[in-house]
Ligand binder design. Structure first.
Ligand SMILES: CC(C)=CCNc1ncnc2c1ncn2[C@@H]1O[C@H](COP(=O)(O)O)[C@@H](O)[C@H]1O
Length: 201
């Protein structure tokens, strides 16, 4: 694993905040999703928190990261070597970059470096990250809050799939509090900063 450190931001008087991992798409989303990504970035920056994300400069990831940077956030970007160049053809803001050898290592670093997770709209990669966190919380490997932020109903489908697995007897109901669906960026940040109840599998 390689780490490249950006110049540290000087932020006198800023409270040392929480490290929040945000999962979202590497492609441009709807205007609603772009606005939500920018607002989460702003709330992370103005709240004195650190953004942990996938390290890219494109799509919703770029909108999020630039907004966080513009609002004073420290940023840790975690990216596997083979994606590093592909997702940096659009410039990302200054940040500490952790380059991993594998996708699995990327997810583990993001998990270890963060106290909470917020998922915005995205594609296969975002879905993979969300299911990974849900699984690890369910298995009590960690208990950190996960918030699914709905800008435009993006997570309805996943919730329906999970309910259908339970309804057809293939899965037990997920424990309350395993994840929270939020309708606004403000609510997403509020839930992310609340302690997560331990889940008993
Ligand atoms: C279920 C399935 C076909 C998964 C295969 N595809 C993927 N699996 C894991 N991470 C990915 C995948 N595709 C992209 N990513 C990475 O996950 C992050 C978000 O991607 P996405 O736009 O949500 O996509 C990006 O860094 C992206 O490069």
């Amino acid at each position: 694993m390689t780490t490249m450190t950006a110049p540290t931001r000087s932020s006198p008087g800023r409270p040392s905040g929480t490290s929040i991992a945000v999962f979202c798409g590497a492609r441009p989303g709807t205007p609603e999703a772009v606005a939500a990504a920018r607002e989460i970035g702003e709330l992370i920056g103005t709240g004195g928190h650190r953004l942990v994300y996938g390290g890219g400069g494109c799509g919703l990831m770029g909108e999020l990261a630039w907004s966080a940077w513009e609002n004073g956030a420290e940023i840790l970007g975690v990216t596997p070597r083979f994606l590093h160049e592909r997702e940096r053809h659009v410039a990302a803001p200054p940040q500490t970059v952790r380059i991993t050898d594998t996708m699995a290592e990327r997810k583990r670093v993001m998990l270890d470096e963060s106290a909470a997770f917020i998922a915005l709209a995205g594609g296969y990669g975002t879905l993979d990250e969300v299911l990974d966190v849900i699984g690890l919380t369910y298995l009590a490997v960690h208990h950190k809050p996960l918030v699914l932020l709905q800008a435009d109903g993006e997570w309805d489908g996943l919730v329906e799939v999970l309910e259908s697995l339970v309804g057809s007897g293939y899965a037990d109901p997920l424990p309350t509090g395993l994840f929270t669906v939020a309708g606004t960026p403000e609510h997403a940040m509020k839930y992310a900063l609340e302690p997560c109840p331990a889940v008993t599998p």
